[in-house]
Design a binder for this molecule. Structure first.
Ligand SMILES: Nc1ncnc2c1ncn2[C@@H]1O[C@H](COP(=O)(O)OP(=O)(O)O)[C@@H](O)[C@H]1O
Ligand code: SF4
Ligand SMILES: [Mg+2]
Length: 337
């Protein structure tokens, strides 16, 4: 693998869940457009944050990448190898390198198994025999995640919620993964894990405050699409998409250094249904600068003028620095640049 090949390369990734209806014959009456044409990369040892409101498709994205779900369209490459539709057998070597940490770790821990057995499970399944034996490795892993190695024989219910998260992390680490998809984890421990073990992360969160301290790059999702992606400093310092700006205005610490302070942008209305998303730009029903063009043309995710390389924005009328510091109400009309 050349050093320029990203660890994970996703293009056009799409998942439409069929909606079944009708009686007596159930047929597909529509689709939930949960994920609709994502393009992004994750480099080795890097953390990419994936942020957006509930229901925008973050978990579905994570489950597609870890191959728990079959994509409707698009391509997933891992270390330059196409794994989009890889069979279980083809996937075996890769599966151990890509691990997922779930939102609710307790649900994925077998209550009748000891912590030692739970963490050693992936090693047994994949027939991995570390030097010194599995038990020794499990004790090391417990230590890495800050749990007492002596608690090897305890059961999940004997641990607190935070400790159970750590058990989930230890189990994910048991196979020396290169990429971890972490779906809204609470644990601050992951930062240490990423830095010390050099593991790449797709770090899923619902607000921008959480990923700020963890991810070198951040992608913002809205209704199944990435609306903006950039290096952390570019995204927080120069947000160009109105939705990113609205999310950022809700993060208190992001506004601390600004004079005059950034006006809190209150988005009007709810997120529309992914079954029948708005035409053109999906954000237009809540955007204070939407025009006719926004209703007819979907804005491509591109490096708009003024963006640094790698900073991509999907908006016909991207925000500018001057607009950022000008206090305004969400309903103020904006000149269409
Ligand atoms: N198995 C499924 N069948 C049908 N719809 C689903 C399924 N999984 C998720 N969805 C829908 O897809 C959309 C995105 O969900 P999800 O990926 O869980 O979003 P997030 O993690 O950002 O909250 C939601 O509208 C959700 O209801
Ligand atoms: S394309 Fe139009 S509706 Fe969409 S975010 Fe930009 S200005 Fe708003
Ligand atoms: Mg989710």
């Amino acid at each position: 693998m050349s050093s320029t090949t990203p660890l994970l390369d996703v293009s056009g990734l799409t998942k439409h869940f069929p909606i079944k209806g009708g009686f007596p014959i159930r047929r597909t009456v529509g689709h939930v457009q949960a994920v609709d044409g994502l393009d992004f990369q994750v480099n080795e040892s890097e953390s990419l944050g994936l942020v957006g409101e509930s229901g925008c498709g973050k978990s579905t994205t994570g489950r597609l990448i870890t191959r728990l779900l079959e994509p409707t369209a698009g391509k997933i490459s891992y270390q330059g190898k196409d794994i989009t539709h890889a069979s279980r057998k083809d996937l075996a070597p890769v599966r151990s390198e890509i691990q997922m940490i779930f939102q609710d770790p307790y649900a994925s821990l077998n209550p009748r198994h000891t912590v030692g057995k739970i963490i050693a499970g992936p090693m047994e399944i994949n027939d991995i025999n570390p030097a010194g034996g599995r038990e020794k490795r499990v004790r090391e892993l417990l230590e890495i995640v800050g749990l007492n190695p002596e608690h090897y024989n305890r059961f999940p219910h004997e641990f607190s919620g935070g400790q159970r998260q750590r058990i989930g992390v230890a189990r994910a680490l048991a196979l020396d993964p290169k990429l971890i998809v972490a779906d809204e984890p609470v644990s601050a421990l992951l930062q240490k894990v990423q830095q010390e073990l050099g593991i790449a992360f797709l770090f899923i969160a619902h607000d921008l405050a959480v990923v700020r301290h963890f991810s070198q790059r951040v992608a913002v999702m809205y209704l199944g699409k990435i609306v903006e992606i950039a290096d952390r400093d570019d995204l927080y310092g120069n947000p160009r998409h109105p939705y990113t700006r609205a999310l950022l205005s809700a993060v208190p610490e992001a506004t601390v250094d600004e004079t005059p302070p950034r006006e809190r942008i209150r988005l009007q209305g709810d997120v529309p249904s992914p079954i029948n998303p708005p035409s053109g730009c999906r954000f237009r029903t809540r955007c204070w600068k939407a025009t006719e063009k926004c209703a007819t043309e979907a804005p491509p995710l591109v490096q708009v003028e003024g963006n640094k390389p790698g900073h991509l924005t999907a908006c016909h009328y991207p925000e500018t620095a001057e607009v950022a510091s000008a206090p305004r109400l969400a309903k103020d009309p904006e000149p269409a640049a």
